[in-house]
Design a protein around this ligand. Structure first.
Ligand SMILES: [Zn+2]
Length: 332
């Protein structure tokens, strides 16, 4: 099995939607491109039209080779402690009220059952270590999952995983839920697509559980030493801010807000920005660890430790990979 080198700052493969020219770009170029200050080097198409350049897997990526897909480790992050759990009951987290609302849809009283079946057969997404970590960061910032416990899984595909030929564009209609049967011929269970959101231009997979042989998992972020000087200093800054009055609004806009941010929440945001600045450019806007003011009395170091733990997954991936090495494989 091959462990691919982790690099959050690799050059990104690009392909022009207009002239099909392919090249590689770094984060600073992409930042300018997304502000329409850069364009296709060949035909000058920029980001503002439908045929704009987009991420594409570079031509010498070994994952174009079907036989290599089973030879590398794949990664996934989840809030499920036992992912992928074939006995998972998707209705377990629903309230009685939501269940009733399902039953009220349609006339045969089987809407809930159909929804649950759809949840059980939806594709699982696997990608690079970088894509898995970025997916967690995106979920934490976009989907109110900042307080959830996440797990990092290393995945070994089954030798019998049946791979759809070629690397495909990510189907646009499958944000979240996708039925693999919609994009795969019968009998196939592994679909390669270009990930344009996480570790952009890397290959990701949509698979059914049959394609997976075994997984290793660890809770993330990793534990951080509370005695680290930055943690103690950051904790002291939060405790100090908690004792200060809310800052006076300076602008008309600030004066119009009903609730002014407290000195404490300002300080928490500053800490978050400081840690974000240590990450690669493309990831800085993704770091959001929900600050819970109530935790300051019970565990004042919790927030700085969480921020540092998240950043460590990017800055020191080997620490997480070493911990995974020590975990037993669980057959799926
Ligand atoms: Zn072009």
């Amino acid at each position: 099995m091959i462990e691919r080198a982790v690099n959050f700052e690799r050059l990104r493969g690009m392909r022009c939607g207009s002239c099909k020219y392919e090249w590689q770009a770094h984060d600073e170029w992409l930042d300018r491109f997304h502000q329409a200050d850069e364009a296709c080097p060949e035909c000058r198409t920029d980001c503002q039209v439908e045929e704009r350049p987009d991420f594409w897997v570079v031509q010498d990526d070994s994952l174009y080779d079907d036989s290599k897909v089973r030879d590398v480790y794949w990664y996934h992050t989840s809030t499920h402690a036992n992912w992928p759990d074939r006995t998972f009951d998707p209705t377990a987290r629903l309230t009685d009220e939501t269940k009733q609302r399902f039953q009220d849809i349609g006339t045969d009283g089987r809407s809930l059952e159909r929804w649950a079946q759809g949840q059980k057969t939806k594709a699982l997404h696997l990608g690079t270590y970088e894509a898995a970590i970025e997916n967690m960061l995106r979920r934490m910032s976009d989907q109110d999952s900042a307080d959830d416990q996440f797990y990092l899984y290393r995945v070994r595909l089954s030798p019998n995983a049946a791979i759809v030929p070629g690397v495909h564009k990510e189907p646009t209609d499958w944000v979240g839920d996708v039925q693999l049967a919609k994009v795969c011929a019968p009998g196939l269970n592994t679909f390669r697509y270009v990930n344009t959101h996480e570790d952009p231009s890397s290959v990701s997979l949509a698979v059914t559980p049959d394609a997976i042989q075994a997984v290793q998992g660890i809770p993330i972020p990793l534990a951080i030493d509370a005695a680290h000087p930055w943690i103690s200093a950051a904790t002291a800054r939060l405790l100090e801010a908690a004792s200060l009055p809310a800052p006076q609004p300076k602008t008309a806009l600030e004066r119009m807000r009903r609730t002014a941010p407290s000195a404490l929440s300002d300080e928490a945001r500053k800490l978050e920005a400081e840690v974000a600045d240590t990450l690669p450019l493309g990831l800085r806007h993704r770091l959001h660890a929900h600050f819970d003011a109530a935790s300051l009395t019970t565990n004042p170091g919790a927030f700085p430790m969480k921020l540092t733990g998240l950043a460590q997954l990017v800055r020191d991936p080997l620490a997480a990979l070493d911990l995974l090495d020590a975990e037993p494989w669980r057959d799926v």
